[in-house]
Design a protein around this ligand. Structure first.
Ligand code: FAD
Length: 443
């Protein structure tokens, strides 16, 4: 979907690949908020009389993002402007009440830094319930301070963010690599000379064995746990402890296509509106006619509702059985799901929302992903776990990297960060010419 201008790798990589990119709209003060049954415009956060949370004077008039940053700055004053190298340092030293922030819960500390109503407004109004679970405070502060920093600018590649991995895949093939989709690794075992053998399953169910000098497993915790179950060699207490340092959270997306952007009549041009209804955060995209090569007269428009944690569970209840047991796949939304979404959209927007002509739904909860989001747990030491996973077994060519165990998780940037860290430290590569030395690498 989008990347942050302040990320260290992605904006440079997108430029190096010469992929055209465009601003990703976060809307304007006209976007809607619907909390505790009160509908108001985002700009009206400045008016305490409108916001249905009785806030103390020093919190009144602030947006949820401003309040959240205020809470984070209680513990890390320069949080909004720190580089990733500075965060790595802070995680090892920043403390509160004589305890490292990494040993404390984000929820516990934010609840203390804000008034009860201030905390509730942040948790309800940010629009991503997962973020306010009791994750590792130091890691969560890094992840959120960058995303919600004042003036944060977002971009996406023209034609969709998927163009980035597709371009990298094409380049890898041109350089001689083979990419085999739908061929999961089901077992891992050591081979003579420190090599590693993989058992790979083809779509028909047949298994083949592949041996390599070095295997890099860039997969999250749930699918890795499944491989460990079937690989005695990986059943190691230290690896199990490292894998158990992250928690997971479900996520789903619902897409609704309309004949025209009915939200324009409300003065909304892009970005998202937020509510405490299960529809949670709905993003407005442009019209079909604005896309390159499309019929400029087409006003067909897309709205996307983005759910995580318990709102994701609400929508899953409408899903057919295969969505509960099968791998994540885009599916046509069942009619009752669409009816509930339209009802809630009407409530959020204060108007009768028309029926969409199409709707699709995807839930990331099953393998091969396991879950939507990953977050470090309290007491995790990311600065020890990430380097350990680069070479968990002495003398054996096996490495683990990716977003799941990375700084500021849940961004493409984070997965690239641990990959770049692995390439530079374990394989001894220099950074690519477009990436300054020491930048964009995990601890
Ligand atoms: C709803 C949602 C919205 C998001 N929006 C954004 C956004 O706007 N911008 C952004 O930067 N990030 C976003 N993210 C986060 C981003 O998608 C992740 O950070 C990123 O995909 C992580 O990359 P990864 O390669 O580490 O892991 P993954 O993308 O999870 O890739 C792991 C791969 O391993 C494969 N795999 C699993 N098991 C096996 C096996 N046994 N054998 C072989 N292969 C296997 C899987 O098929 C998968 O391809 C979003 C995530 C979600 C869930």
């Amino acid at each position: 979907m989008r990347f942050l201008q302040t990320q260290e790798i992605v904006p440079r990589l997108v430029s190096a690949l010469k992929l055209p990119y465009v601003p990703f709209s976060h809307g304007s003060g006209q976007n809607l908020v619907y909390l505790r049954g009160v509908r108001f415009r985002e700009r009206q956060y400045a008016d305490p009389a409108v916001v249905p949370y009785p806030l103390p004077a020093d919190e009144a008039g602030k947006t949820p993002a401003q309040l959240m940053l205020r809470g984070i700055r209680t513990y890390i004053p320069r949080a909004a402007t720190m580089t990733s190298a500075e965060w790595e340092q802070a995680k090892k030293t920043a403390s509160y009440n004589g305890q490292l922030l990494a040993d404390q819960g984000f929820w516990n500390l934010m609840q203390r830094a804000l008034s009860p109503e201030g905390f509730d407004l942040v948790a309800d109004g940010i629009g991503y319930p997962t973020l306010f679970e009791n994750w590792n405070a130091a890691e969560q502060m890094q992840a959120l301070a960058g995303d919600f920093a004042p003036g944060a600018a977002y971009f996406t590649t023209r034609g969709g963010y998927q163009r980035l991995p597709l371009t990298l895949g094409t380049m890898a093939r041109q350089a001689g690599a083979a990419i085999h989709l739908q061929h999961p690794v089901v077992g891992v075992e050591p081979s003579p000379g420190g090599e590693v053998s993989l058992t790979v399953q083809s779509p028909g169910g047949a298994s083949t064995r592949v041996t390599a000098r070095h295997v890099i497993m860039a997969i999250p915790s749930d699918p890795l746990a499944r491989i460990v179950e079937r690989s005695p060699f990986l059943q190691d207490a230290k690896l199990a402890a490292a894998m158990a340092t992250v928690g997971t959270s479900p996520a789903s997306k619902m897409f609704l296509a309309f004949d025209k952007p009915w939200w324009s009549a409300l003065g909304i041009a892009g970005g998202s509106s937020i509510t405490d209804l299960p529809i949670k955060r709905c993003w407005y995209f442009g019209t079909e006619g604005q896309q390159p090569g499309a019929n400029p007269a087409s006003k067909h428009s897309l709205l996307m509702c983005y759910n995580d944690l318990s709102p994701a569970g609400y929508w899953n209840g409408y899903e057919p059985a295969p969505a509960f047991t099968g791998p994540p796949a885009p599916r046509a939304s069942p009619r009752p799901l669409v009816a509930s979404a339209v009802e809630q959209l009407s409530e959020l927007h204060g108007m009768k929302v028309p029926d969409p002509y199409w709707s699709g739904f995807i839930d990331w909860q099953n393998l091969p992903y396991g879950n939507g989001f990953h977050c470090w747990l309290v007491h995790a030491r990311s600065w020890e776990v990430i380097p350990y996973l680069r070479r968990p077994f002495d003398g054996i060519g096996l490495s683990i990297c990716g977003d799941c165990w990375s700084p500021a998780q849940n961004w493409i940037e984070s997965g690239l960060t641990t990959t770049e860290g692995l390439l530079q430290s374990t394989f001894g590569y220099r950074p690519p010419p477009w990436l300054p030395e020491g930048m964009g690498i995990s601890t």
